[in-house]
Design a protein. Structure first.
Length: 211
């Protein structure tokens, strides 16, 4: 076991059209604004390139591919989840399913965790996606940190425009891929990053050294 000199957050995302990547950058900005540090990772794509081309998916952002041991470097983890049928996308679930050795060791137990999401529309299952994550976090022994309403009630309760997000975490609506995260949605994500860091910064956890 080793204890880091500093604290940090790992942001693990899957982003097909760039919406989750934009929210991840806002979350990272919020963490840094609060005095913390964060690294954005992406999970490996599981769809063939020819399928991605037919879906008009743009090139992936320039983030490192996450490995299970990368999670050991950070005190807190934020997952950026592009909703699929009101749950995890297969790409993220594949990564989650690779964490068996960490689960067996209890290596993620006690780490703080949160999430932010993207769905096609208001009925796309943003809150249900959070529900689907809870069993994974619980089995790993992670401590879920919701966005809540404190400090963001005026934004989450804004009826002047359509927007994603809930007390579970920040969110955006993508439409068929053409709609981009709004200024309001990015602001909520940035505040989530700030609030998440404030929780993480209260505790310094000893962790296993990554391989």
């Amino acid at each position: 076991m080793a204890t880091r000199a500093g604290q940090s957050v790992g942001i693990v995302i899957y982003s097909m059209y760039g919406h989750i990547a934009q929210l991840a950058e806002a979350e990272k900005a919020g963490i840094e604004k609060a005095g913390g540090s964060a690294t954005i990772y992406q999970v490996a794509e599981t769809l063939p390139e020819e399928v991605l081309q037919k879906m008009y998916a743009p090139p992936k952002p320039d983030y490192p591919l996450v490995k299970p041991t990368d999670l050991l470097k950070h005190d807190g983890i934020l997952f950026g989840v592009a909703t699929r049928y009101a749950g995890w996308p297969a790409q993220l679930k594949t990564f989650i399913d690779s964490l068996g050795q960490l689960w067996a060791k209890g290596a993620l137990s006690g780490k703080f965790v949160g999430a932010f999401v993207s769905s096609a529309a208001p009925g796309g299952g943003q809150e249900s996606t959070f529900y689907s994550m809870m069993s994974t976090f619980t089995h790993q022994g992670m401590i879920f940190v919701p966005l809540g309403y404190a400090g963001v009630n005026h934004l989450l309760s804004n009826f002047d425009e359509v927007h994603g997000g809930s007390p579970w975490g920040a969110g955006t609506f993508a439409g068929q891929g053409e709609r981009q995260p709004s200024k309001l949605e990015k602001e909520i994500a940035e505040i989530q990053g700030q609030k998440f860091w404030e929780v993480v910064a209260r505790t310094q956890f000893p962790v296993e050294e990554s391989e």
